[in-house]
Design a protein around this ligand. Structure first.
Ligand SMILES: Cc1cc2nc3c(=O)[nH]c(=O)nc-3n(C[C@H](O)[C@H](O)[C@H](O)COP(=O)(O)O)c2cc1C
Length: 333
């Protein structure tokens, strides 16, 4: 109720201005102390041991929210069980021209075409180095390629990021699914994926997760899915993250879109569908992370019923506020 009141005002402001302000507030120690008091909800029954990592609870912050590791302690105070930093690329990038995030209140959706704006791996690693000793939850780094790196050289970008971040993170997420970097999703094509995974596994000292797109076409054809899974099994990928945003603009039929990825409620069914497909096809050693359209306790339960070992939030946090984390935990118990 309180968040709904705040949201009325926040939603009248530019999404990126609100986002940056929120990150700044979460980075302040007094704000974190207050959050710790109001948001703490720990219970040993919420703990999970997945991919050899100990998670305080199965609810994580999805990639893109704290791309540059500016407010990790704040998100820990909000009660998340793990955090995905990034997407980070080797060199800093400004991303696409603004505005590049749209909110759709009625549809409970966001559309973004940020284009991997980030401070670059060197600066993000410095921040992680400073904060990691204070983190009591696993921190993963979601890695991608610079927009001007050709596909044939993309693997080098992932390897550079992983080598530099090895000492300061607990797991890596290979992002081959963001729709806003031209051709990035083609890295899921088996010949690119094989090279990428084989080199990544050679350099990574931590579990490797792969984040996939909900759009099987035009980027990946349906019959490539078993090949993608087989390669992930072959190269001992620890978890599949389903899913990133979608470019299926028919899901937001009230507006005419020509760019960006849709997140939030319209994405939910599509992303859960892919999660179910993974559940039926992957071996039991591979964990599944469900993300896409979790805006309620029921949505979280739906992902878990579909086979998710862990879940992640992005758009739900914006539309429903931090109380959603606590509500999901309470229901899980
Ligand atoms: C503004 C915005 C930025 C995002 N940036 C990234 C990113 O950098 N890397 C990534 O893998 N996913 C990114 N995502 C996708 C989210 O991590 C998540 O997969 C997607 O939004 C679906 O979850 P949701 O419906 O809970 O938002 C971004 C999403 C949004 C809305």
């Amino acid at each position: 109720m309180l968040y709904k009141f705040f949201r009325f005002f926040l939603f009248r402001l530019d999404p990126e201005v609100v986002h940056e302000t929120l990150l700044f507030l979460l980075s302040l120690a007094p704000v974190r102390w207050i959050l710790c008091v109001f948001c703490r909800y720990d219970d040993p029954r919420l703990q999970r041991n997945i991919c050899g990592l100990q998670f305080k609870n199965p609810i994580g912050l999805a990639a893109g929210f704290d791309k540059n590791a500016k407010a990790l302690l704040g998100f820990q105070a909000l009660g998340f069980g793990f955090i995905e930093v990034g997407t980070v690329t080797p060199r800093p990038q400004t991303g696409n021209p603004k505005p590049r995030i749209l909110r759709f209140e009625k549809e409970e959706a966001l559309v973004n075409w940020l284009g991997f704006n980030n401070d670059g791996i060197a600066q993000v690693v410095e921040r992680l180095k400073a904060v990691k000793p204070k983190m009591k939850i696993p921190v993963g780094l979601n890695v991608g390629k610079n927009s001007d790196t050709p596909l044939e050289k993309a693997t080098d970008d992932y390897v550079i990021c992983i080598e530099r971040a090895n000492p300061v993170v607990d797991f890596f997420v290979i992002n081959i699914s963001s729709p806003n970097t031209p051709e990035l999703r083609r890295l899921a094509e088996p010949h690119f994926l094989e090279e990428l995974l084989s080199r990544v596994q050679r350099v990574s000292r931590h579990p490797v997760w792969v984040k996939l797109s909900p759009d099987m076409s035009p980027d990946i054809s349906k019959d490539q899915l078993p090949q993608i899974i087989a390669l992930c099994e072959k190269y001992k990928v620890s978890a599949l993250v389903a899913t990133n945003t979608t470019t299926d603009y028919s899901l937001l039929s009230s507006v005419r879109l020509s760019q960006g990825g849709i997140s939030g409620n319209p994405l939910r069914i599509k992303s859960t569908h892919l999660l179910k497909m993974f559940k039926s096809q992957v071996s039991s050693q591979m964990a599944l992370v469900g993300v896409g359209g979790i805006l309620s306790v029921k949505d979280a339960q739906e992902k878990i019923n579909a086979g998710a070992d862990l879940i992640e939030l992005y758009t739900g946090l914006i539309f429903k506020g931090p109380a959603l984390i606590r509500k999901i935990k309470r229901t899980l118990l």
